[in-house]
Design a protein around this ligand. Structure first.
Ligand code: NAD
Length: 360
């Protein structure tokens, strides 16, 4: 393999003393902030760590960076060369971006220490066929390498899991971190819901931000659309569509649902991976959490007992209120048809079996 020449990424690496830079401006006493010793009180910087700097991790990092949601971004990846390359590539755009400190490397504990939000974008594989549990255990083995280290260095952090299968891995991250469930979130169906909102928005000729629509349940093929609660401008959408389209029946709704849950596969089939939409989706979660927006997002949360008669402790997506403390509340009542309720119960049972098989 060709060895790569490592260039300096800062003037201190070129041998210039960092302290000399501090004298470039004369200090100005401040009536508000000066504590009498010449130093000024400062807002604590917001730190976001992205663990797994692949296609998804980098799309998330760059969206958070451009939206000015963090003062420091730590990129962690097992591939030291690649993650340094990603760091330099973003650092070189400094003149066009908000001021953000970007660090990168392989040491999870050292790099993520003091995070406000740690985002897990490690590779994962969905359980398929008889190798299902074996694949899940492999995914969890990767989490074991990073989650305890994040919890040690950032005991107050929020933990946001994006890796698939996201519901099982959010559960595993909750167990491995020892964090309260309110501080562990899976990205869940936040992106699926955006796909549904876009389809309806295009059809109704409105902006997708004005379509209130939620996909809930397990992220993937069995996610459920909450049809009866979809609205635009306070108007119910389902009854309008049924009135105006002769063929707007259950089959048509299932066709839309399938288009939504199959959306990611099509993107991956065409370009090899999915990145931009999940980047924006996770940045929207980061904004709600770090800026205490208390917005309602369908995300994977601890959903014990939300289906009547169902006491399984699993993570699956429900509309949840997100703020600086993490999950501040979960929708208490959903309007579900009997079919939707039984789909959710089946998902909860499968997820519970998978979580139990992990032995954590
Ligand atoms: N929840 C969603 O809606 C959604 C959407 C898209 C992708 N995803 C998931 O996001 C994850 C990442 O996808 P991707 O396309 O970026 O994958 P990728 O393979 O491009 O990136 C994964 C990165 O993780 C690094 N890595 C592997 N093991 C590591 C370890 N032990 N420590 C540190 N780094 C390690 C790899 O070097 C790689 O750079 C996958 O699990 C994927 O399924 C989820």
């Amino acid at each position: 393999m060709m060895s790569m020449k490592k260039e300096a990424s800062s003037l201190s690496e070129l041998g210039f003393d960092v302290n000399f830079g501090a004298g470039f401006f004369r200090q100005v006493p401040s009536s508000v902030c000066d504590n009498g010793e010449g130093t000024q009180r400062q807002r604590r910087p917001t730190k976001v760590s992205v663990i797994g700097a692949g296609d998804v991790g980098m799309a998330i990092a760059q969206t958070i960076l451009t939206q000015g949601l963090a003062d420091e971004i730590a990129l962690v990846d097992a591939d030291a060369g690649r993650v340094r390359g990603e760091m330099l590539d973003l650092q070189h755009a400094a003149a066009f971006l908000p001021r953000v400190r970007i660090v990168a490397g392989t040491d999870v504990l050292a790099l993520t220490r003091g995070s406000d939000l740690a985002i897990v974008t490690l590779p994962g594989a969905r359980p398929v066929g008889h190798r299902g549990v074996e694949l899940l255990r492999k995914n969890v083995a990767v989490l074991r390498e990073v989650v305890p280290a994040v919890a040690e260095g950032s005991p107050e952090s929020l933990l946001l899991v994006v890796s698939n299968p996201v519901d099982v891995l959010a559960y595993a991250a909750w167990k491995l971190s020892g964090f309260p469930a309110s501080r562990v979130i899976g990205s869940g169906t936040n992106l699926d819901s955006s796909r549904l909102r876009r389809l309806l928005a295009d059809h109704l000729g409105v902006g997708a931000q004005d379509v209130h629509a939620y996909m809930v349940g397990e992220h993937g093929g069995s996610a459920v659309a909450l049809w009866s609660s979809i609205s635009v401008g306070g108007m119910p959408v389902l009854s309008y569509l049924q009135k105006t389209h002769a063929s707007f029946d259950g089959e048509a709704l299932e066709g839309i649902r399938r288009a939504v849950v199959g959306g990611a596969c099509e993107v991956i089939g065409l370009k090899g991976y999915a990145s931009w939409a999940i980047g924006y989706s996770v940045a929207s979660l980061a904004r709600s959490l770090l800026r205490d927006q208390r917005r309602v997002h369908p995300v994977s949360v601890l959903a014990k007992g939300f289906i009547p008669g169902d006491d399984h402790q699993v993570f699956l997506s429900l509309p949840a209120r997100l703020g600086r403390g993490g999950v501040l509340g979960v929708a208490a009542e959903l309007e579900l048809t009997a079919d939707e309720e039984s789909t959710l119960r089946r998902s909860a049972e499968t997820l519970w079996e998978h979580c139990q098989a992990l032995g954590i």
